[in-house]
Design a binder for this molecule. Structure first.
Ligand code: HEC
Length: 458
């Protein structure tokens, strides 16, 4: 029990009807009073801190882990043995091996650290799970810009990228890529997830992996090629993103997606993963996080996300800055280091429809917009996620309903339940595999047999 917490008043309806009062009385007598604390007044100094060890995984995919190269562990991994059974306390040494050039990292990132501690605190009440994270960034400054598009006088093109991208390595583009925190949530309903965590979703066919799928084939695929089109975006970069082996009809082949009915049956059983991504650039300016799920592919939850590409095709923006509000229509390269200049397009605050007449060669515009006003449904569930970078250390607080009411793409968390979480950090302008990841971490909602026990508030 924590004292000193401000409690939100339960909705103060004036109950005019006497019979309703009676119903209410019965409800309150039979079920616990549903209260939600004010997330901003949680006293985190009273919540225990757990510090999962994150490390650089290179290309240690689901498939690699099952090859003979994963010496003395091939059969065990295939049988679902937990990574931590053999690798407890080895995160730092694994990360040290994998972050420099080695059989699982053909393109090492210069000076990247192989290891990171993430501080995690968790608390809950009857309605919500609250999590607080902090970590030291590898970046020299805030990774809160990006992605950007640049106008070259006739066309728009993506400008700046992550540090393992050829545009940065070979073409001299700047390494600009947002910092972010990923939280994957699931349980034993996904085979081997409690034992092998995030590695259940990471395959050789993914972007940046040794057998990256052919873009044309992905584009033509009736399911995987539709991920972006489904939300009305016609993009040309067809890539395979995280997926679960259980969603495939032939082994783990990316193209062998089970039928729609089979996938729906898996969703109904809860055999998918929930994935929340807090992003210093793409979501934090609106105080939210993005809500994804992973089954046949990593995809945004149903409904309308507040985070959207700026334009139906990422190669032509729809919005620019509102000159009347911020003093300019587009950014320039020189503005990137100027903290006084806004770097994010927030609909309703600082945007105007693109006016090509106001755009000059070399102008830059954010490749995404944030529009909380039109966000709705499951995609808009994480409506509180705020972070800040101070003295090289990020602190992020996220609120998530225990039961979002969207059981087909969000994990339903119950008080007393134990779940498996996986954490990832991308920082210092890295993308794809360039992150630090945790082995599976158990989290209980309230007291329980788990690495992290969410403190019961109120
Ligand atoms: C049965 C024990 C066992 C299990 C289970 C196991 N490993 Fe291993 N793993 C090993 C051993 C032993 C090695 C060392 C092999 C070597 O030296 O080449 C190894 C090597 C590795 C390496 C390569 C490190 C290097 O030196 O290149 C990675 C990465 C790795 N394991 C990740 C994992 C992950 C992720 C899991 C869970 C999905 C896992 N392992 C499960 C025993 C295990």
């Amino acid at each position: 029990m924590l004292s000193g917490l401000k409690v939100d008043a339960i909705t103060k309806h004036r109950v005019r009807c006497a019979s309703l009062l009676i119903v209410l009385g019965v409800l309150m007598a039979t079920s616990p009073v549903v209260l939600a604390v004010d997330v901003e007044s949680i006293d985190w100094s009273k919540v225990p801190v757990n510090k999962p060890r994150l490390y650089y995984p290179g290309q240690s995919s689901y498939q690699w882990l099952r090859t003979a190269e994963h010496k003395k562990a091939t059969e065990e991994t295939k049988a679902g043995e937990a990574c931590l059974r053999c690798h407890k306390g080895e995160q730092k040494s694994l990360g040290g091996i994998l972050v420099v050039e080695n059989r699982l990292e053909p393109d090492p990132i210069e000076d990247k650290s192989g290891y990171k501690r993430l501080s995690v605190q968790a608390a809950h009440d009857d309605q919500n799970l609250y999590m607080r994270f902090s970590w030291k960034t590898d970046g020299e400054g805030p990774g809160n810009i990006g992605n950007l598009m640049r106008f070259d006088g006739s066309e728009w093109a993506w400008w700046g990228n992550h540090r393992q991208h050829e545009a940065v390595i070979d073409e001299g583009q700047p390494a600009i890529y947002p910092d972010r925190l990923g939280i994957m949530i699931g349980d034993a309903k996904v085979e081997f997830y409690p034992e092998q965590g995030c590695w259940m979703t990471c395959h050789d066919s993914l972007l940046g992996m040794p057998e990256q799928a052919d873009e044309d084939e992905v584009g033509e695929h009736p399911v995987i090629g539709q991920v972006f089109k489904k939300i009305g975006i016609d993009v040309t970069n067809h890539i395979v993103r995280k997926y679960l082996p259980g969603s495939r009809s032939e082994g783990t082949e990316w193209a062998a997606v089970k039928s729609e009915d089979e996938l729906m049956a898996l969703r109904k059983e809860g055999a998918f993963l929930d994935l929340i991504i807090w992003d210093a650039s793409l979501t934090n300016p609106a105080g939210i996080a993005a809500d994804f799920n992973v089954l046949e592919i990593k995809t945004v939850d149903e409904g309308t996300s507040a985070l959207y590409p700026n334009g139906k095709t990422i190669w032509g923006p729809k919005y620019m800055f509102d000159e009347g509000k911020v003093g300019f229509s587009a950014l320039t390269e020189a503005d990137i280091g100027d903290p006084a200049k806004p770097k994010h397009l927030i609909v309703g605050q600082n945007t105007a429809p693109l006016d090509a007449g106001k755009i000059k060669e070399g102008d830059l515009l954010p490749a995404h917009i944030l529009d909380t006003g039109s966000a709705e449904g499951s995609a808009a569930d994480i409506d509180y996620a705020k972070g800040a970078l101070e003295g090289g250390k990020y602190t992020v607080v996220i609120r998530r309903k225990l039961d979002t009411g969207h059981p087909l793409d969000d994990k339903v968390l119950k008080v007393g339940g134990v779940y498996t979480f996986g954490f990832s950090i991308h920082d210092d302008a890295v993308g794809m595999r360039g992150h630090h990841v945790s082995f599976p971490v158990t989290v209980s909602i309230g007291p329980g047999k788990a690495d992290i026990q969410a403190t019961t508030l109120n």
